[in-house]
Write a protein that binds this ligand. Structure first.
Ligand SMILES: [Zn+2]
Ligand SMILES: [Zn+2]
Length: 163
């Protein structure tokens, strides 16, 4: 009894609806207009999703940006790189070095090769070769920029030749 009364109660509405549709010559009835706009919105959303990039971890992000997992992975990689190479302080260029360097340049202001104004303090034996001589003044010499870069280039080519 309850069910049939529901069906009967529904019928006048649907009849009225189709009558209204038939009566309108141009355009859509409000209900269809709503359906059409919902469809458009759905298509628009779908378009946005399609424009997104699906990451390796399955996240959907706008093209050209990264999901939080990718950002995390990148940060981890960066940290690993830094650890492998070492910070400037870990490579032997710490506070003590910069203080000694400044004092050494003051005491030896000219390039040991060409006599120009020195701007670099060079380790005669490199920090890598002789870490214990890093802060020993007898292992240091003042150099100008051009002479220092020439020396660095020569060391590089020697290092390459050894391989
Ligand atoms: Zn992710
Ligand atoms: Zn020089």
């Amino acid at each position: 009894m309850g069910l049939s009364s529901t069906v009967i109660a529904c019928r006048p509405f649907s009849q009225g609806h189709s009558a209204m549709t038939g009566g309108q010559v141009s355009g859509l009835c409000p209900k269809r207009r709503l359906a059409a706009s919902v469809m458009l919105a759905a298509l628009f959303t779908l378009g946005l999703i399609m424009a997104n990039r699906i990451t390796a971890c399955g996240c959907s992000v706008p093209k050209g940006s990264k999901c939080q997992h990718e950002q995390q992975r990148q940060a981890t990689r960066q940290k690993a790189n830094d650890a492998a190479r070492g910070t400037p302080a870990e490579r032997g260029y710490d506070k003590d070095w910069w203080r000694l360097r400044a004092a050494f340049l003051k005491a030896h202001p000219t390039c040991c090769v060409c006599g120009a104004k020195a701007t670099h303090v060079d380790h005669i034996k490199s920090v890598k070769e002789a870490p214990h001589l890093r802060l020993v003044p007898t292992n240091l010499r003042s150099m100008c920029g051009p002479c220092h870069s020439r020396r660095t280039a020569r060391d590089q080519s020697q290092a390459w030749g050894r391989r």
